[in-house]
Design a protein around this ligand. Structure first.
Ligand code: CTP
Length: 417
């Protein structure tokens, strides 16, 4: 392979959002890392930033319009798309994402996407409402299914003065994602098989899933709390699997020890009371509720405003019951809502789980014996039995992601009944 072929060629596509100026820093970062970058822009992007800026920095003609009188190349979108090792979109607007997902090619950038066989990495940036619109989430799920890679937007203060998800990921993180993909793509060869592009089935499109996960923390005083060993992994695995299968996912997150997945809406609620409030606030929209959180059954009756001093040899904390969120959800069940619970048991697993399913009026309960080796809190694996009113499917010890997909399979078969 010649030296020339070893240069990693990035086609940097800039679409029309306020974050367009950050594409300049991404360009500089890629150039510093030794990549060769050619830029194209949408017409709207040129309202935010001049093509001349990119031309000066790349020493290459910046493509906006195939038909521009000064465009030197009569079939520019074909030549551009076929001479890159990665197509990178920074920032990607909801509109560009929608066009990509639907095969619309009505300008240079979208024609380039359609004409390219190079791997694609998209860094979206937009207003929070636009990001969480079912249409946008559907388009993203479709593109992921098509093998497109994403650098998810982060939460922060947006240009519209709101705080929420939609802010372009940090420039360094976008550059490092490009470099990590670079190590998977052989330069001079655009074949996407070099990446892991396992397609997912979009069988949960249209479902809105509300999931709780993690443990809760029940305050004793300003520095102490009662909690449990839950890591949040099981609920996050279900959230990740469901989002990949096309669902719109909201996760109410308690105390967790792992990072949340991408592409789901996160609501932090660390106590049983906060979790109850967040669930009830978001329930009316949901079509499926999955209570995977290890919610405390009791909390201290009186929370001390000051740190409690150790004056006595022993102390007693009086506890009171928390609200059973799962029972409240099924009591307030609206038409078509499927309600799924978990039962972590140490003995008589199936009997106790069936009892909970009846008492809490659930459609399904996932029962597991937390004393079994490899299936307890914090583990990456789980051994569970999925129980519905009609049957019980006992599964072997499998990864939490595999179990998540099995639970979703059972939910779909319940939905189809
Ligand atoms: N749960 C809940 N709110 C609570 C307690 C539990 O929503 N305050 C949910 C959990 O998320 C889980 C299910 O109820 O989906 C089972 O929780 P568990 O604590 O095992 O059940 P309990 O009915 O509290 O029974 P136990 O006496 O075994 O604690």
């Amino acid at each position: 392979m010649s030296d020339n072929q070893k240069i990693f060629r990035v086609g940097l596509c800039v679409s029309g959002g306020i974050a367009a100026y950050k594409a300049i820093e991404v360009l500089r970062g890629l150039q510093k890392a030794g990549c060769e970058v050619q830029v194209c822009m949408t017409r709207h992007a040129t309202e935010f930033i001049q093509p001349l800026t990119f031309r000066a920095l790349t020493d290459k003609y910046v493509l906006v319009d195939d038909y521009a009188p000064d465009n030197p190349d009569p079939i520019a979108h074909i030549n551009f798309s076929q001479n890159i090792d990665l197509l990178l979109v920074v920032p990607a607007t909801a509109n560009v994402i929608a066009k990509f997902a639907n095969g619309i090619a009505d300008d240079f950038l979208t024609s380039t996407y359609l004409a390219s066989t190079a791997p694609v990495l998209i860094a979206p940036a937009m207003n929070t409402t636009m990001w969480f619109q079912p249409a946008t989430q559907r388009n993203i799920a479709q593109l992921k299914n098509d093998g497109v890679h994403f650098v998810e937007p982060v939460s922060g203060r947006l240009a519209c003065e709101t705080v929420g998800t939609g802010k372009l990921e940090d420039v360094e993180n976008i550059v490092s994602k490009v470099l990590s993909l670079k190590s998977q793509v052989s330069t001079g060869n655009n074949l996407p098989e070099t990446l892991d592009l396992k397609p997912e089935t979009l069988d949960l499109l249209g479902e809105k899933i509300l999931i709780t996960t993690g443990g809760t923390r029940e305050a004793i005083d300003p520095v102490r709390f009662i909690s449990n060993h839950s890591s949040g992994k099981m609920g996050f695995a279900i959230a990740e699997a469901a989002a990949k299968r096309g669902a719109e996912v909201t996760v109410v997150v308690g105390a967790v020890s792992v990072d949340p997945p991408e592409n789901v809406k996160i609501i932090n609620a660390v106590s049983a009371q906060k979790m109850h409030g967040s669930v009830m606030q978001n329930l009316s929209d949901a079509t499926i509720y999955i209570g995977a959180a290890a919610v405390a059954d009791y909390r201290p009756k009186n929370v001390s405003d000051n740190k409690i001093k150790k004056n006595d040899e022993s102390m007693t904390i009086e506890l009171e019951r928390t609200t059973d969120i799962l029972s409240e959800v099924s009591k307030n069940r609206h038409n078509g809502l499927l309600v799924v619970g978990f039962a972590a048991e140490t003995n008589d697993v199936i009997d106790y789980a069936r009892g909970k399913m009846e008492r809490k009026n659930l459609d399904m309960i996932v029962a597991n014996d937390v004393t079994r080796k490899g299936a307890g809190f914090g583990s990456d694996e789980n051994q569970a039995t999925i129980i519905t009113r009609e049957n019980a499917v006992e599964l072997p010890l499998i990864s939490k992601m595999e179990l998540a997909n099995k639970i979703l399979d059972e939910i779909i078969s319940l939905r189809n009944k």
